[in-house]
Design a protein around this ligand. Structure first.
Ligand SMILES: CC(C)(COP(=O)(O)OP(=O)(O)OC[C@H]1O[C@@H](n2cnc3c(N)ncnc32)[C@H](O)[C@@H]1OP(=O)(O)O)[C@@H](O)C(=O)NCCC(=O)NCCS
Length: 236
């Protein structure tokens, strides 16, 4: 099987140029439905602003086989793992797990974040994109890495406007500073997430939303005692 004997080197870049264009076209674009993936220009802009981190796994020949892209929110001190993907021919050999571990470690060290979060499709969502991977196995992948799902009516902000929101998503916590889980191991303080979501929605959709779905999301973020976090139904 390809991938087994292959050695991969993981490199990080925080500036535009380098492997960005190749990674976007060969690794990210084929792995995500269009509505979930921002434009290449958007990725480059984040890097230009000094808020991006792209980890790339390259093979012996220097070709990218997988990548993780993260975006830092200084206002909230929340890091978002925006995209993680491994080329289909290389999946299942541990490279995704390695990229995820390396990314979380690099970002913890650099930013000392309040939390690191990731968006994934819920296995219960009506629209399942089989071509982009099985949501159930993907969630299992994150849970094996220690991720916990937040009990929120989450949706991915619409790129370009609220009409482009992606429903049926889960927000996962990959890492949280212990000071935000003081209420108990199963609750996460909502403060940083509120700031994060406000900024994320405003920058993606062009305006701060006041609709019912956004209100329901913020109400759940602000709930007394923190946001419940747990494992998901894939384990039941
Ligand atoms: C999720 C993904 C990054 C995992 O990378 P990987 O190198 O295959 O992962 P590892 O080898 O470290 O771990 C294997 C686990 O990944 C998951 N996985 C493997 N192939 C998968 C696929 N086609 N779809 C979904 N999850 C998959 C499974 O949980 C698998 O465990 P299992 O074999 O016990 O079922 C990769 O499958 C992928 O790129 N999927 C498409 C893009 C995506 O879904 N990204 C995540 C959303 S940000």
């Amino acid at each position: 099987m390809r991938g087994l004997g292959m050695k991969y080197r993981i490199m990080e870049q925080t500036r535009p140029g380098g492997l960005v264009e190749q990674v976007y076209r060969e690794v990210l674009a084929p792995a995500f439905p269009a509505e979930e993936l921002e434009s290449e220009a958007g990725v480059i802009e984040t890097l230009e602003a000094g808020l991006g981190s792209l980890l790339v796994a390259v093979d012996d020949a220097g070709r990218p086989a997988g990548a993780a892209f993260g975006r830092w929110s200084e206002a909230s001190r929340v890091q978002l793992l925006a995209y993680l993907a491994v080329k289909p021919s290389t999946r299942g050999h541990g490279l995704g797990g390695r990229l995820l571990r390396d990314a979380v470690e690099a970002w913890r060290e650099r930013y000392d974040p309040c939390m690191i979060v990731a968006e994934v499709e819920s296995p219960d969502a009506p629209a399942v994109h089989e071509a982009y991977g099985d949501p159930r196995r993907r969630l299992a992948f994150y849970e094996n890495a220690g991720a916990r799902a937040l009990d929120l009516p989450y949706f991915q902000p619409g790129m370009g406007g609220p009409a482009r929101r992606v429903q049926g998503m889960l927000l996962l916590v990959l890492h949280a500073d212990p000071s935000f889980t003081q209420e108990g191991a199963d609750r996460l303080a909502g403060g940083p997430l509120r700031t994060f979501m406000e900024a994320y929605l405003e920058s993606a959709e062009g305006a701060r939303p006041t609709d019912w779905d956004a209100k329901a999301l913020f109400k759940a973020i602000d709930q007394e005692g923190g946001i419940p976090m747990g494992r998901t139904e894939t384990d039941r």
